[in-house]
Ligand binder design. Structure first.
Ligand code: C2E
Ligand code: MG
Ligand code: MG
Length: 622
């Protein structure tokens, strides 16, 4: 208390009741006044105001302490959209120091966010004047990176310690990326990055529902020919690489708005819409097939694979994506059956055919256990004498409802479903058993007879093949050199080394090998020299057109090569005497065809053996 200058002081005093109260106290020094002789305290309680101010300081400090150390980003924006406060952690995401952000407008701090701040902040208030709301947005930070933020907005404009909208934000950039990735994975093929089945069907449905007839919508179904051979023989890694390269090629052929998808192992779907109708689409499809079929180079090795295509147009504008896909698949299957590497446009009549295929697949599963297969035998004759030197076992399926089915219908199915191994073994066993019966029953008539059995490429890749063949020969007592195993030429182009090894193992058993359907594969005359084989079967397409000079030249070259290699030639599919004569003149020794006999059941073949064409004096045999 200063003498003569009474000044107010604030004191915190405890009440008798025990609580503290604030007083504004003015002390007046009246010690010299004889009437008083002391200091007079003139006190006025000021408790309310003081407490409010103290609370403010405290809450400001608490707010600062809270937000300064929070990993969340805290930004306070006033009602004009100006930044009033930014916590230190903001700089990690936004890129600038908190002080640099002060007084700047929110849209300048969160660039390209697209957030209407005025609106966003108002709506935060509108709710119930203070409840937190969640807002998600992305923005470009000062380093030019795109960041995603999730923030609550709380209206604390009336809190004096804050005085604005508080954004309590978290950086969710990584989470966002992860979400995008997951979404991508759910809708795309992992290997090729193309759309997957569900995405392309969605897309197709979308296009179809928007289309009012001004454009033509189409689905192109592409399926690789014999891709399984590539996988089986060169391994999945090579197969995968091939698919990736192929996907790139397909993609490069498409225009903006088209979509390509991988919808199965070796199945692709292309969805497109064109203003000028079907011609553009079929042209594009032909180009796709050409592009896919041009050679690929993988690990220094040249590979070729072709594709078959089916196109379905949305003619009546009632189709769904699912229907269009199914129709395109059906048409594609026609292309396969028509010799592959072609395009077929879907027609409604094709439906029954595709239904058949599914049904057959199911029936095939029980056919073997149900003993529904039979072996027929077609004679192989000496072209000079017309006498039988051997026979080829050709499997048939005695289908309970459809009657006798040929191998072209079900062998591809058995290969697809992996049942070919068991089926092939059954044929071998059947053929050797019949052969043993003829040998013991017919004596000399069957003595020199050879038995030819067809092998699929999958059987060649099976390590169990060699022991299984040995076991069947042992059990049936058929001498190894009476057995010929036929391998289609086109299998030779896949995994050459492995096939070559397997062929040598088989030959080491003492049996013989034939290259079947020669001329239909991709191999050249020179190429096949590296395989050890004993018989070369000239495909019937050359025999059929043998009047033509070019075919004669090819057949002559083949026969000459065979002579050089010391292997025999068998001409397949001889139907006319004229062709038999020409073949004889060209130097072919053996033949097979309807001219001599169709493939017949075992009992009938036994009759042929003892008939005029019988093998009694036949030589040389295959
Ligand atoms: P392939 O081995 O080339 O058999 C010859 C095919 O030509 C047989 O057809 C035969 O019936 C047919 N053929 C014979 N002579 C003539 C003729 O003069 N004119 C015409 N147009 N055709 C003739 P098939 O029995 O339908 O067999 C087709 C193919 O199925 C066979 O061709 C063979 O590659 C395969 N196959 C048959 N049996 C088996 C088997 O047990 N296992 C395997 N993996 N494939 C088999
Ligand atoms: Mg054959
Ligand atoms: Mg053949």
């Amino acid at each position: 208390v200063r003498t003569g200058h009474p000044e107010a002081t604030e004191l915190r005093l405890r009440h008798v009741a025990g609580t503290y109260h604030w007083f504004e106290v003015v002390g007046v020094d009246l010690r010299t006044d004889p009437n008083i002789g002391g200091v007079v305290l003139n006190a006025r309680e000021v408790g309310d105001r003081k407490q409010a101010e103290e609370r403010l300081v405290l809450s400001e400090a608490r707010f600062k302490a809270l937000v300064q150390h929070s990993t969340d980003l805290v930004v306070v924006i006033d009602s004009h959209g100006r930044v009033r406060y930014a916590s230190p952690s903001v700089s990690e995401v936004q890129g600038e120091e908190p002080e640099e952000l002060l007084e700047r407008m929110a849209e300048d701090v969160f660039r390209e966010s697209g957030v209407d701040w005025h609106h966003a902040l108002r709506t935060a208030v509108a709710e119930d004047g203070g409840a937190a709301r969640v807002l998600e947005f992305g923005f470009r930070n000062s380093d030019g990176e795109w960041r995603n933020i999730e923030t609550t907005v709380t209206d604390l404009r009336n809190e004096r310690a804050v005085g604005g909208f508080v954004l309590n934000a978290r950086d969710i950039t990584d989470r966002k990326k992860m979400e995008q990735r997951l979404r991508f994975q759910a809708t795309h093929d992992e290997l090729t990055g193309l759309a997957n089945r569900s995405l392309v069907l969605d897309e197709l449905d979308g296009i179809l529902s928007r289309n009012h007839g001004a454009t033509t919508v189409a689905a192109i179904f592409l399926d690789l020919d014999d891709f399984k051979d590539v996988n089986d023989s060169l391994g999945h890694a090579v197969g995968d690489q091939l698919l990736v390269m192929m996907a790139d090629r397909i993609r490069s052929m498409l225009s903006f708005g088209d979509m390509a998808a991988r919808i199965g192992g070796d199945e692709f779907l292309v969805v497109l819409e064109r203003g000028h109708g079907e011609r553009d689409i079929t042209d594009l499809c032909d180009q796709l097939l050409t592009t896919i079929a041009s050679p690929y180079e993988i690990d220094g090795r040249q590979l070729s694979v072709s594709a078959s295509a089916g196109i379905a147009f949305d003619h009546d504008r009632t189709a769904t994506g699912e229907i269009l896909l199914r129709n395109a698949d059906t048409a594609m299957y026609r292309s396969k059956r028509g010799g592959k590497h072609t395009t077929t446009v879907f027609e409604p009549f094709m439906h029954t055919a595709s239904f058949d295929r599914l049904e057959l697949r199911a029936d095939l599963a029980v056919a073997l256990d149900d003993d529904q297969f039979v072996a027929h035998y077609q004679p192989i004759v000496d072209l000079a004498t017309g006498r039988i030197t051997g026979t080829e076992a050709l499997v048939r399926w005695n289908h309970p409802r459809r009657g006798l089915l040929g191998p072209n219908v079900f062998i591809p199915l058995a290969e697809e479903t992996g049942q070919i191994g068991r089926l092939g073994h059954w044929v071998l066993e059947r053929a050797c058993t019949d052969m043993a019966a003829w040998r013991s029953g017919l004596g000399a008539a069957a003595d020199h007879l050879t038995m030819s059995v067809n092998l699929s490429v999958q059987q060649l890749h099976d390590d169990g093949l060699v022991p299984a063949v040995l076991e069947v020969l042992d059990r049936t007592g058929v001498p190894a050199d009476r057995l010929v195993l036929e391998i289609t030429e086109s299998t030779l182009i896949t995994d050459t080394d492995k096939i070559r090894d397997r062929m040598e193992q088989l030959r080491a058993l003492g049996l013989r090998l034939a290259i079947d359907d020669f001329g239909t594969g991709y191999s050249s005359l020179g190429y096949i020299q590296q395989f050890a084989f004993d018989v070369l079967k000239i495909d019937r397409t050359f025999v059929d057109g043998l009047e033509r000079f070019t075919n004669q030249r090819i057949v002559t070259a083949v026969i000459e090569l065979a002579k050089e290699l010391g292997v025999r030639t068998v001409a397949e599919g001889i139907e006319q005497e004229l062709h038999a004569e020409l073949l004889r003149d060209l130097g072919c020794t053996l033949g097979q065809g309807y001219l001599y006999s169709r493939p017949v059941p075992a009992a009938e073949f036994a009759e042929l053996l003892v008939g005029p064409l019988g093998a009694a004096v036949a030589a040389p045999s295959v």
